[in-house]
Design a binder for this molecule. Structure first.
Ligand code: GLC
Length: 521
């Protein structure tokens, strides 16, 4: 039988911004529980929740101070168990966000580690003497800008942090640390979670000798300082694969289809290694290509074809349009093309992940300077690298604060929430929400879409066309990636979904038109 994570669709919840239940302006677990019926109505199969563990929130939960607890802002372990039960009652799977590369500097492990050079936890983190010039041990740069090494006065060494200095990297070469972290997976699997999204999986192991990274000759400051060097020695080291394989064997030791999804930003050939070369690794190495791809049919056709061709035997594809770190699709391609993008995401071969709010066409929200929260923006301001604009509260209805909170929302709502919200779109047949529902429903109804084969069709200009099939069922998807009409002969058959509605025209796709057609045998 096909595992649920192949036929199903995943929905990412950014917990601070989904639904507040206690009026503090920050979303929480009881809030998510209260909104599960939206996800059921939408037609997704699994919910992945960004980190909810105790955290000083230097990086909004990606700085974990206790891997086996719940931050009081989000609720309690009992609230979590109730949410998990409520999700399962509705047939929804629940995935957590595992952050193994680094902890918070407030984690008791790090406090012990920094307390003295001979503390048993010293080696659980990455400590090095200064370089020959007395400065940092090498030229590695934090993904958030600046040296990736922080000086510790008390013990006279530097520690490594790929992100904030409040997020010291864990030393996965230490067997005790490795065992302790594997136990974290077991802790949550034992409670019944259906899987994990694994944060920055490709960062987890660094070169044992810490050589300098090579300079990037194409670096321009507006890219962000991390791009000044290629992360050749600080990421994607061969030893990470044994760790991923061990995580997989733990997942596989549990009943039901538990799933592991890896956050990995690497070129396709390297990404493919994370399916596992010698032993299975993650089920789904996140495929982020649609986020960076130029929105042109020929470019997308090549990218999709190359990705399909690169998949290892048995490797199941997946597609992502957006997440809590990257500009939203509606902002990248505009409102009309965001509908075309939804059709693409939900009809390509492979598991789609939907970012909360995209189902109502939410766009990036401009954040006034005095309300900026994201450390990425605060450290390298004005480059457009900040992530607050894509993390704003979910607009549910046109009541106070869009139904998100009775308090002051931690980030502002967008300007259009009175009309762009779940309640309003739910009753508007032409809304993007209804389009999402229709497409997700089609995936459940037509095996050709959920698990069928895939091939690109010949098309010209800005038309992307492909066929999906299973058994006798054949479905053609044709997408016009421009606002201008484009020549294309839509095959005879039943139009199952359209981004525009109305009747397709002969020999042409209207501007911004996408169609899903069940062709006649
Ligand atoms: C991942 C997360 C991002 C976080 C970073 C450090 O890329 O998606 O939000 O800031 O890891 O944990």
């Amino acid at each position: 039988m096909t595992p649920w994570w192949q036929s199903g669709a995943i929905y990412q919840v950014y917990p601070r911004s989904f639904q507040d239940s206690d009026g503090d302006g920050i979303g929480d677990l009881n809030g998510i529980a209260a909104r599960l019926d939206h996800l059921v109505a939408l037609g997704v199969d699994a919910v992945w929740i960004s980190p909810i563990f105790p955290s000083p929130m230097a990086d909004f939960g990606y700085d974990v101070a206790d891997y086996c607890g719940i931050d009081p802002r989000f609720g309690t372990l009992a609230d979590f168990d109730a949410l998990l039960a409520a999700a399962h009652e509705r047939g929804l799977k629940l995935l957590l966000d595992f952050v193994p590369n680094h902890s918070s500097s407030e984690h008791p492990w790090f406090r012990q580690s920094r307390s003295s050079r001979d503390n048993p936890k010293r080696d659980w983190y990455i400590w090095r003497d200064p370089g020959p010039d007395g400065g940092p041990p090498n030229n590695w740069i934090s993904d958030f800008g600046g040296s990736a090494w922080a000086w510790d006065e008390a013990t006279g060494q530097y520690y490594y942090h790929a992100f904030l200095k409040e997020q010291p990297d864990l030393n996965w070469r230490n067997p005790d640390l490795r065992r302790a972290m594997m136990d974290v997976l077991r802790f949550w699997f034992d409670r019944g979670v259906d899987g994990f999204r694994i944060d920055v999986l490709w960062h987890m192991v660094k070169h044992a000798d810490f050589p300098d990274n090579p300079a990037n000759p194409d670096y321009r400051p507006e890219m962000g300082e991390m791009h000044a060097v290629h992360q050749l020695h600080s990421t994607d080291q061969p030893e990470v694969h044994g760790i991923a394989a061990e995580m997989r064997s733990i997942a596989d030791s549990y009943p039901g289809d538990r799933v592991l999804i890896g956050e990995i930003y690497l070129p396709v050939e390297r990404l493919m290694h994370y399916y596992g070369l010698d032993a299975p690794e993650v089920h789904l190495p996140f495929n982020f290509q649609l986020i960076d791809a130029p929105w042109q049919a020929r470019r997308l056709a090549r990218l999709i074809g190359d990705y399909e061709a690169a998949l290892p035997p048995g490797g199941w594809p997946n597609w992502v349009l957006g997440n809590h770190d990257r500009p939203r699709i509606a902002t990248r391609v505009g409102e009309a093309q965001a509908r075309v993008a939804a059709m693409l995401l939900l009809t390509l071969r492979g598991t789609p992940t939907i970012y909360y709010g995209d189902e109502i066409g939410l766009a990036d929200v401009a954040i006034p300077a005095d309300r900026v929260q994201d450390p990425r923006e605060l450290r390298e301001p004005g480059l457009g690298l900040g992530r607050d604009p894509v993390r704003t509260p979910m607009p549910w209805n046109d009541s106070e604060n869009a139904g998100f909170t009775t308090g002051e929302p931690w980030l502002p709502l967008g300007p259009d929430w009175r009309t762009r919200n779940v309640a309003a779109q739910g009753v508007d047949d032409a809304s993007v929400l209804v389009l999402y529902k229709r497409l997700l429903h089609l995936r459940r109804k037509h095996a050709a879409l959920a698990t069928g084969d895939f091939r690109l069709l010949e098309a010209e200009g800005d038309v992307l066309a492909y066929e999906r099939w299973q058994g006798d069922e054949r479905i053609v998807v044709a997408l016009n990636l421009s606002a201008e009409p484009q020549p294309f002969v839509i095959p005879e058959g039943e139009v199952l979904a359209s981004t525009l509605g109305g009747e397709p025209q002969p020999g042409t796709l209207r501007g911004d038109e996408g169609v899903v057609v069940l062709t006649r045998p």
